[in-house]
Design a protein around this ligand. Structure first.
Ligand code: GCU
Length: 631
């Protein structure tokens, strides 16, 4: 049966199931449209027409939050203060008696995107409220066109004011958010004021206690995104394990209901057509053609896909692959695969990183994994990384573990904290569920076990599944250990595991604690779960260039290399092991690390912050090269 006939059969079958004239009901397995993320998804926004607002912005520190409350702490109406549309310079010229304590439009200038700690030496350790200001003209004001103001990410809490109006706010430092500003914009001299507060609290996600630098500010691109009045707000297009290409499309706008939608993949001569329901949603599917080239790390094939609805045409580059688990194996495109990876923080190479992740900066990091280490996998820890990186992983062929920063002792019994975590995870999944490289959504890292934590993480894991039933859900867990017959004995028994598809454990025997590094290879691991295990972290620190072959003391490259040799020997003996992501590719900034070798850097990288490869790099690279040769 030819492809077109298959489509007709499938479509007819779907139509037969509902009264003629109505649109087919959404299939049971259609992904949820998250109730958590109010407003727009604006999927694929980075590929839409618009105008960039990245570049020079004014910035003005406000450590005492003077712009938010008066000297007695009474909250201010920000639209009458720093968020107003007043031009202070002009106002003071017009009336020498007028009084302002601030003047954002004449404040110092710094680059966006970038964390502000790189703006000036006195800001290196600034953690608090920052006011940004940008004046701009726009050519996007057209009838029948909507304009959204999109932040690819801002760390941590953001409040936005445009031309003296409060636009909205957002909590969370690593996922995109947008506001419809169609009716607030003017052609000339728009006055955009953005307040970003990097302060974390015991109730935030993460809390104020982490092992990485806080890179506060507008850390990713700011853009004006133009769409037709009714546009494709969300789409999810994927290959399923039962051999179908499925497309779920959600429109937003006045004519979203009863709208004809076409999803096409020209290279596969595919065209999926349907009509949206009253909510502007439609689910389409077709048997995948035999000549479909599946995406994989070795063959990262991406197809041009377009989604047409009314006057909107949204294009994307999508890889089609399947991921599942089978017993203790991870199965990619029907075949078992071992994840040869490493962890990565979002920090560019260089002595003064500011989280400015350009395509070049991201490629430099991912190339060290793919080419340098012969890797096929990267754990993007401990928060959603830039969409630049996940698109690059699609292009280069790296499988991705993507995670939200539910890290260590989050306030699991605070329902508001859960809402922030759920929204963060939904924003992450809705941004990246068309990225073939992403195979795992992780809901947590090293969280202390309690009933509150178990129900918090169960809610997150189930929300991830509801939004995306095609990927695996995991979490980086801790385990206990004991000594049995003279060897280290570890049992994996975290109560969260029944909610996970893949178990993942961070293990540091031979670095933290009093285990002898010589005892590590003989460690025995037990699991009563018929699930794959990833060693999601293991590592030891060294300062590049410090060698001591005689003593192999801590913090030397020799010790770190020996630690890797012994831990990899241990890994070889775990029968249900399906992947490795040692901690970590590159030395990274952490205020918790202040001994003479680290001085504000966590030095468990296998390369230094300047990209200098340590002895351990070659141990891991050789190990993965041999493994790749056998696959
Ligand atoms: C922890 C944690 C990391 C931390 C690392 C370390 O497991 O997940 O964020 O940096 O260990 O101790 O270096």
């Amino acid at each position: 049966m030819r492809l077109a006939q298959i489509f007709v059969v499938v479509a007819t079958a779907a139509l037969v199931a509902v009264p003629a004239g109505a649109t087919p009901a959404r299939p049971a397995d259609a992904p949820a449209y998250s109730s958590i993320v109010p407003g727009t998804v604006l999927v694929n926004a980075d590929r839409r027409a618009g105008e960039s607002l990245s570049g020079p912005w004014h910035y003005s520190v406000d450590p005492y939050k003077d712009g938010m409350a008066d000297f007695h702490g009474k909250p201010l109406d920000v639209t009458r203060g720093r968020g107003s549309d007043v031009n202070v310079e002009a106002a003071m010229k017009a009336d020498p008696d007028v009084f302002f304590e601030y003047d954002l439009a004449r404040a110092p200038v710094g680059p966006v995107p970038s964390a502000w700690i790189a703006y000036a030496p006195e800001l290196r350790y600034y953690n608090g409220l920052m006011w940004y200001q940008k004046s701009f003209d726009t050519a996007l004001i057209k009838s029948g066109q909507r304009v959204f103001l999109r932040f690819a990410a801002a760390d941590y809490k953001t409040m936005v004011y445009l031309n003296g109006h409060r636009v909205g706010e957002h909590e969370g430092g690593f996922t995109p958010f947008s506001f419809d500003v169609t009716h607030l914009l003017r052609e000339k001299n728009n006055n955009l004021v953005v307040a970003v507060d990097s302060t974390r609290t015991p109730d935030s996600v993460p809390t104020q206690v982490t092992d990485w630098e806080t890179y506060g500010g507008l850390i990713r691109d700011v853009t004006l995104v133009a769409t037709p009045e009714t546009y494709v707000d969300d789409d999810f297009i994927r290959l399923t394990t039962d051999g179908l290409i499925k497309a779920d499309v959600a429109l937003d706008g006045p004519t979203k209901a009863g709208q004809a939608v076409e999803v096409s993949v020209p290279a596969l001569k595919l065209s999926l057509k349907g009509t949206t329901d009253a909510d502007g949603h439609v689910s389409l599917s077709v048997r995948a053609p035999k000549d479909l080239k599946r995406w994989s790390p070795d063959t990262p094939t991406l197809y041009d896909v377009s989604v047409k609805a009314g006057s909107d045409v949204l294009t994307d580059r999508i890889g089609f692959r399947t991921i599942e688990v089978r017993g203790t194996q991870i199965i990619l495109n029907g075949q078992p695969i071992f994840l040869r990876g490493i962890c990565l923080h979002e920090e560019e190479f260089g002595p003064n990183p500011s989280r400015r992740i350009t395509p070049e900066a991201s490629r430099a990091l991912l190339s060290e994994i793919k080419t340098g280490l012969h890797g096929n996998y990267v754990r993007l820890s401990h928060y959603p990384h830039s969409e630049i990186t996940t698109r690059l992983a699609d292009e280069m062929g790296l499988l991705v573990w993507s995670e939200v920063p539910v890290y260590w002792a989050v306030k699991f019994d605070n329902p508001d904290t859960l809402k922030v975590a759920q929204r963060m995870m939904a924003e992450n999944i809705l941004r990246d569920r068309n990225r073939a490289s992403v195979i795992i959504w992780s809901v947590a890292n090293e969280t202390p076990i309690s009933d509150a934590r178990n129900s918090f993480l169960t809610a997150l894991a189930r929300e991830a599944k509801a939004l995306d039933g095609t990927r695996l859900v995991s979490a980086a867990l801790l385990t206990g250990k004991k000594t049995v017959d003279g060897h280290i004995d570890i049992t994996i028994d975290d109560p969260l595991i029944p909610e996970l598809d893949v178990m993942a454990v961070n293990t540091y025997n031979g670095w933290y604690g009093n285990d002898k590094i010589a005892d590590v290879p003989a460690t025995v691991w037990h699991s009563s779960f018929n699930k794959p295990l990833i060693l999601s972290e293991f590592g030891a620190a060294s300062l590049y260039g410090v060698r001591d072959p005689a003593r192999e003391g801590r913090f030397t490259e020799d010790y770190q290399a020996k630690y890797y040799k012994n831990t990899l020997a241990m890994a070889d003996r775990i029968p249900f092991l399906a992947g490795l992501s040692p901690w970590i590719l590159k030395d990274f900034r952490s205020p918790r690390r202040q001994n003479i070798w680290q001085q504000g850097w966590n030095r468990k990288g296998v390369v230094s912050e300047n990209g200098e490869r340590k002895m351990a790099f070659f141990v891991l690279s050789d190990y993965y090269a041999k493994m790749a040769a056998k696959q």
